[in-house]
Design a protein around this ligand. Structure first.
Ligand code: UD1
Ligand code: CA
Length: 462
């Protein structure tokens, strides 16, 4: 095997102040570690080993068998972490690419270029560096007067002149595998943190005359590490911008990229227009010529073409071509809408199938319902789907007309072309073509208002 990869992700992530492992924190809708793995795997590595620590189960739950694992039970430092891969990797590959799990902005091109230069230089180690205006927090790359990399010094161990160095270690390396574990075994934790630093291997090799290379990254933003929530927000912002640029360059209009949030995993078709304060999350897929927003949220939702969604939330549903959603609709998981369906203001849907051309224009709750084509559901209609113990289904046939403010007490079937009278509480099936009315007959009381007003006449004259 030519190239293996190791992702270090066993650190406690203390600075995140979180019950969740650091690398599972999300950036643009995807765990940091998934971003890193995607970049690593696109580099063409033949095997990836993830070093996990105490809460590693959380990570394994997410990634399953997509990678191999090595455990680091005690967090004794990055060199110690890499050492844990010895049983899985020793003798297996020519070189190993090492990255940290907390650098979600890494690009595959950058990793590929590092590996290429490592090979070309026939190096024992090649480190990816970045020149930063503000190098605070990173290890500094110390070069000799002739420009050769001598060592890496961590911020906490650096002398004042070393602190002034702006070239930093990105935590990404390519190592020649033969000899790597022997070198790691020789490192000592003689530093401010009492840890086995992987960075010390650079000095170790340089001291022994082994060839050490350094490749500076083009855009320092690519290698930003996330150690706390401020850096998480900074990474989110950079990645969000990248995603938006990709989306815009593929033919989508985004009115205000600073206020639009699209996950890396979402896809959007050509000539769709996104208004501000819109979130497109998870595996959402939007077709062409849609108008989305303002202020809308789509989560794991499929939209056809020519759909409009205004000020609405749609979760885990599928919306056909030409549908018109909102403003102020809430479509909960499990809904499937045909073509040209209208779901208007203050309508909530849950697990509802609405056939082509059906309209729920306003103020309704339709849940656990199977509604045919060209049905009109009047304002204020409620499917009473829950009796306190179980949920039941309401079926409405094609072309039915549900009068305003109908309560449809499920389980219930309203037949094809049937009608319900406004204000009815329908508890029994309505046969096809029939009118179902269930409300009191109207009674008019003559002169009621004049009689009622009499006692107040006095007040009026005051
Ligand atoms: C590290 C580098 C620093 C570099 C920076 C880049 C060292 C000593 N320092 O610092 O030079 O500028 O990354 O972002 O390597 N980890 C383990 N086991 C451990 C300790 C850490 O698996 O015992 C993992 C962490 O989960 C993390 C990565 O290694 O993914 C880096 O650890 P972190 O503590 O974030 O190191 P930095 O202080 O950022
Ligand atoms: Ca870090």
């Amino acid at each position: 095997m030519q190239l293996a990869a190791v992702v270090l992700a066993a650190g406690k992530g203390t600075r995140m102040k979180s019950a969740t492992v650091k690398v599972l924190h999300q950036v643009c809708g995807r765990a940091m570690i998934e971003h890193v793995l995607a970049a690593v795997q696109e580099t063409g590595v033949q095997k990836t080993v993830l070093v996990i620590g105490q809460q590693g189960e959380q990570v394994m739950e997410l990634l399953g068998s997509r990678v191999e694992y090595a455990r680091q039970d005690e967090q004794l430092g990055t060199a110690h972490a890499l050492m844990q891969t010895r049983p899985v990797l020793e003798g297996l590959a020519d070189d190993v690419l090492v990255v940290c799990g907390d650098t979600p902005l890494l690009r595959p091109q950058t990793l590929a270029e590092l590996c290429r230069r490592h090979k070309a230089g026939n190096n024992a180690a090649t480190v990816l560096t970045a020149i930063l205006n503000d190098p605070a927090g990173y290890g500094r790359v110390i070069r000799s007067t002739d420009g050769m990399v001598q060592k890496i010094v961590e911020q906490k161990d650096a002398a004042p002149d070393e602190l002034a160095v702006q070239e930093v270690n990105t935590g990404v390396y390519c190592f020649r595998l033969p000899g790597l574990f022997e070198a790691l075994a020789a490192l000592q934790p003689n530093n401010a943190q009492g840890e086995y630093y992987l960075t010390d291997i650079i000095g170790y090799y340089a001291d022994r005359g082994a060839s050490v290379g350094a490749v500076a990254v083009d855009d320092p933003a690519d290698v930003a590490g996330v150690n706390d929530r401020c850096q998480l927000a900074a990474a989110e912002k950079i990645l969000r911008r990248r995603v938006l640029e990709r989306v815009m360059l593929s033919g989508v209009t985004v009115l205000d990229p600073d206020n639009t949030y699209i996950d890396t995993t979402a896809s959007i078709g050509m000539d769709t227009v996104i208004y501000p304060f819109t979130f497109v999350e998870g595996k959402s897929k939007i077709g062409e010529n849609c108008i989305i927003g303002p202020a809308s949220r789509l989560v794991d939702t499929d939209l056809g073409c020519r759909v409009t969604v205004q000020n609405s939330v749609v979760v885990g549903s599928s919306i056909g071509d030409g549908c018109n959603i909102g403003p102020f609709a809430y479509i909960r998981p499990g809904c499937v809408l045909g073509r040209e369906v209208k779901v208007g203001d203050f309508v909530e849907l849950k697990k509802a199938f609405l056939g082509d051309g059906t309209k729920v224009p306003h103020l309704s709750y339709v849940g656990d319902a199977d509604v045919g084509k060209a049905v009109n559901i009047g304002a204020g209609t409620i499917t009473c789907n829950y009796d306190g113990q179980k949920k039941s289904v309401t079926r409405i046939g094609d072309g039915a007309f549900i009068g305003s403010n109908t309560n449809l007490v499920a389980p219930l079937e309203v037949g094809t072309g049937a009608v319900t009278g406004a204000g009815s509480t329908i508890t029994r099936d309505v046969p096809p073509g029939a009118l179902g009315v269930a409300r009191d007959k109207q009674k008019n009381i003559p002169d009621w208002s004049t009689r009622r007003k009499r006692p107040c006449a006095q007040n009026k004259s005051e």
